[in-house]
Design a protein around this ligand. Sequence first.
Ligand SMILES: Nc1ncnc2c1ncn2[C@@H]1O[C@H](COP(=O)(O)OP(=O)(O)OP(=O)(O)O)[C@@H](O)[C@H]1O
Length: 297
Amino acid sequence: METIVEINRLTKSYGSFTAVDHVSFAIEPNKIYGLLGRNGAGKTTIMHMITAQLFPTGGELRVFGEAPYENDRVLRQICFIKESQKYPDTFRVNDVLYTAEALYPNWDREFAKRLVADFNLPLKRRMKKLSRGMLSSVGIIIGLASRAPLTIFDEPYLGLDAVARNIFYERLMEDYTEHPRTVILSTHLIDEVSKLLEHVIVINKGRILLDEEADSLRGRAYTVSGPAAKIDSYAAGKTVIHQESLAGSRAVTIFERLGVSDQKRAEALGLQFTSVTIQQLIVFLTNGASAKKEGTA
Ligand SMILES: Nc1ncnc2c1ncn2[C@@H]1O[C@H](COP(=O)(O)OP(=O)(O)OP(=O)(O)O)[C@@H](O)[C@H]1O
């Protein structure tokens, strides 16, 4: 099957400020992607270019093999759910769902109905009378029931409580298993979604920082802790992305896969290992301080 999105040196500048800077990546079919990064990293700008809401300043972009701009063949295959989606004031929840049904060729009305019940949505209530969380659940229902070949959720759950977020994750997984499609999830709740993600793309200051399968990312770094002097000796020459010290003991996170010889060495020194979650890894890599080799200037 063809690549869903191909981006090559994509750039978007606003005057002298470059929000997206020569970014290249590919989105393959039937996978769930996480597009992650700190506030202002450039994620929404990238999603707006993929969905033809913004023109790039440079680079190449193909979606379903074609340029997306004013291209109905491409755009009808995309459902983009944004954090602050606006709806006409007079619309009730029902009206929004009818409109979505007309827009998305793969819309599943029965599935939408079940989701409305799951999220306790009042179908007759006007959109402007919905609570913040209810508004988010309307977006989530559209994103799921559209079954669009490319579904993009940009921070879809403002105001949504933990129970409702969990319903979203569960329904997404169940439905995705039955109806595989390509999903891009952009969120700051990385721990919550990390089980769902098959591939992770991290953007930092407009550039690609990581583009990796989620499983591979899980072993990309490890934390080792023990007496400070032993840790310093162990970490010398390694790429340390985070460290914490307390009363003579130290924990450092090393951006490397743990090899057998290092593991033996650390065990001989009596040091302890803990794994690093995808969220921790991204926080450590994007917290402003760049990774540095221990024992180097
Ligand atoms: N129209 C614009 N004019 C100037 N700068 C802009 C414009 N739109 C976005 N930016 C800047 O581009 C950068 C990237 O913004 P973007 O919304 O893509 O970030 P993001 O990764 O989605 O952030 P968040 O996680 O906070 O939503 C930010 O510094 C933002 O201020």
